[in-house]
Design a protein around this ligand. Structure first.
Ligand code: BES
Ligand code: MN
Ligand code: ZN
Length: 508
């Protein structure tokens, strides 16, 4: 969708739908300011304009958040006005703006509106500056209408609007445009991640994921290195090789690098994302019911790649390394078995007690790889455990780590992007539980108890104690089986904006 800013009068601007954010019930019930705006005083008495006050009262529109009401107004160039409830201004947060924009976007789409106008709220109506409003509004609309059904051959869902125009006085255009530019970078990352998660596993093998990374690197001016099986063998990456050995689609290690600063002391951040393109469980096979959801097991990879896209577009002054271990976890005569002991790139030995605890095995090698260049911060993101979904549900990622500074930044970022994280404990008792009987470590400890915590404790064994590190378990929020205000069902793209914002906070 195209986004522009204009100062044409709302009543005279060309378009198919004028969106009017409304904050208060009295504002909805008594739309004098709106009427004055719309008619510009030129409306014919008793002309095409409906008695909005009566219509609004009749429809029971109270400006409640996410409610909408479309009213036809003939003396309005756009023909239709869409009142969008924002809720009380004091309670509107960034996500409130996104959701309202999402509701307006969906309503606009269902009305076949190609060109949508938005009357930007005045400074007195809302507690956010124009840049933030513009950014959040465009984010919400783009995310709500994010494409689905890429592989359908027939007519797709209704075509979406082609253009949006934000209406405000010329003095406000610069800030609004800056917000729109930010939104473009932010949503591109999230939409990239959603698209990859939604691709079926036969369309997104580890090699395909690597091809997407290469294309991304070329488009955004990053470098990309892909290690295949021979190179993985050279690095003795027994975790990635072990998980991948049961599949006809061999594993990869994908490394993207973005150089955003030439300064010697520029911040160096590594993002590591779990890229299991399909998780059948392997020999410890999962039950068939719902197994198709395990195409989402590369959502961490998609999220960190999406974050890299956004970070590159925003030209953040950081040197970023993205490391994605990619493998397909399948049962096979050659597959890794429970009781196998594998040797990881770090040299540590691991007994595989359950082949379905594969994420930590590939991440261990990737974390070791990322740690080699001694980054200032390492964040890994993974659909790691069902236990995390049991603990925190679908709306929070579990966050563990060894650095308060880093976790504070992630927490703040999540509050802003509404990709919320919740802290979970990483303690020696759990690290102890991951120690092996026949090997240094085992990939399972404590059975079902604290499964998200022991998984993170396993990862900690592959991170230098002195490196600031955090692990995000996104098994809950990465994928949804129902539509939400700003995400159609399927991959949510969780983490792309979160990590881009985190990096932005860290570079200050
Ligand atoms: N990919 C799964 C975790 C998962 C669960 C992701 C639900 C998304 C939604 C992971 O590889 C897994 O299978 N974990 C096991 C670990 C167990 C064997 C210790 C689990 O959570 O059951
Ligand atoms: Mn698994
Ligand atoms: Zn998995």
């Amino acid at each position: 969708m195209r986004w522009t800013v204009t100062s044409t009068h709302p009543g005279a601007a060309p378009g198919d739908l004028l969106v009017y954010p409304v904050f208060r019930k009295d504002q909805a019930a008594d739309l004098r300011p709106l009427l004055a705006d719309l008619g510009g005083g030129k409306a014919k008495r008793g002309g095409g304009r409906p008695d909005l006050k009566a219509v609004v009262a009749r429809a029971g529109f109270t400006a409640k958040a996410e409610s909408t009401l479309a009213v036809h107004c003939e003396d309005l160039k756009a023909g239709w006005v869409l009142l969008v409830g924002m809720g009380p201004a004091a309670e509107v947060g960034l996500e409130g703006i996104r959701k309202a924009a999402g509701a307006a976007a969906k309503q606009g789409r269902s009305m076949d509106a190609a060109r949508i106008l938005v009357a930007v709220p005045g400074a007195g109506d809302i507690n956010f500056d124009d840049q933030t409003f513009g950014r959040s509004w465009a984010e919400g609309a783009e995310l709500a209408l994010s494409p689905v059904g890429e592989l359908k051959t027939g007519p797709r869902s209704a075509p979406k609007p082609t253009s949006w125009s934000l209406i405000a006085g010329t003095g406000r255009h610069r800030d609004l445009r800056a917000g729109l530019a930010e939104a473009r970078a932010l949503t591109a990352g999230t939409l990239f991640a959603r698209r990859l998660v939604n691709l079926p596993p036969n369309h997104l093998t580890p090699a395909d994921l690597a091809a997407h990374a290469r294309r991304l690197a070329r488009a955004e001016g990053m470098s990309c290195r892909v290690l295949g099986v021979p190179e993985l063998k050279k690095l003795k990456m027994g975790g990635i090789l072990g998980v991948g050995q049961g599949s006809v689609n061999p594993p990869r290690l994908i490394v993207l690098e973005y150089k955003g600063s030439r300064r010697k002391n520029a911040l160096r951040i590594a993002l590591v994302g779990k890229g299991v393109t399909f998780d059948s469980g392997g020999i410890s096979l999962k039950p068939g019911q719902g197994m198709e959801e395990m195409k989402c097991d590369m959502a961490g990879a998609a999220g960190v790649m999406g974050a890299a896209l956004t970070i590159a577009r925003l030209q953040l002054p950081v040197n970023l390394q993205v490391v994605v271990p990619a493998a397909e976890n399948m049962p096979d005569g050659r597959a890794v078995k429970p009781a196998d002991v594998i040797t990881m790139a770090s040299g540590k030995t691991v007994e595989v007690l359950n082949t379905d605890a594969e994420g930590r095995l590939i991440l261990a090698d990737a974390l070791w790889y990322a740690g080699r260049s001694k980054p200032d911060h390492v964040i890994d993101m993974a659909t790691l455990t069902g236990a995390c979904v049991v603990a925190l549900g679908k709306h929070f990622a579990g966050m563990l780590g060894n650095s308060g500074e880093l976790m504070d930044a992630i927490k703040q970022a999540g509050g802003e992007t509404f990709e919320r994280v919740w802290p979970l404990p990483l303690v020696d008792e759990h690290k102890e539980m991951m120690k092996g009987t026949w090997s240094d470590l085992q990939n399972l400890g404590g059975g079902r108890e604290g499964g998200a915590l022991t998984a993170a404790a396993f990862l900690a064994a592959f991170v230098d104690d002195k490196t600031s590190w955090s692990h995000l378990d996104i098994a809950g929020p990465a994928y949804s089986t129902s539509d939400s205000a700003t995400s159609p069902k399927g991959g949510t793209g969780f983490g792309a904006r979160l990590l881009a914002r985190t990096v932005q906070i860290l570079v200050g």
